[in-house]
Ligand binder design. Sequence first.
Ligand code: SF4
Length: 200
Amino acid sequence: MRITRRKFLKIGAATAAAASLSGLGWPHAADASQNRLRIRYTKEYHTICTFCGVGCGIICHVRDGVIVNAEGDPDHPINEGTLCSKGSSISNISYVFDEAGRPKPNPNRLTKVLYREPGGDRYQEVEWDWALDTIAQRIKATRDATFEASVDVAGREVTVNRTQAIGWLGSAFCTGEENYLFHKMARAIGITKMDHCARL
Ligand code: SF4
């Protein structure tokens, strides 16, 4: 078959449109059937994401006491079916239940401290006491070495009482009261650079 320049352009445009539809999440038959299999024999629960104050709605599919699939609730007025990366990982922080219906630790959650030393390329398990003592000692040493009592960035004599060498990252998974206390503590030791994972 002879392809004219006009036909070639038409075929190219149709191919590009198909490719971009598929890139935008146009469901493939294989994907749809995989999704159906994943939620087979599950019970559907509607819940609210616990990671931050936005309060997105989530549909969880639960089989044998374990969340096997979680996705944004399309009928929820806040997120209308979308979820950020934290909400999408909700199954990793949920409880799982034993045969008697009692909650037990989720095997996806870390229960030991993993530590990577400065310049290291792998994590090692360390004791909680060692980790907490080491964090406290390093904060104290860094603060003492970098504390500025009475000078601002322009070199003027003012009381600032701060360290700019430590950053503090809060957590959307903590309660408002816990984050209030974290904030007070960070301010008390002179930290000015604070942020929060809800800004993801
Ligand atoms: S963490 Fe993400 S999914 Fe959860 S409520 Fe906040 S924005 Fe929504």
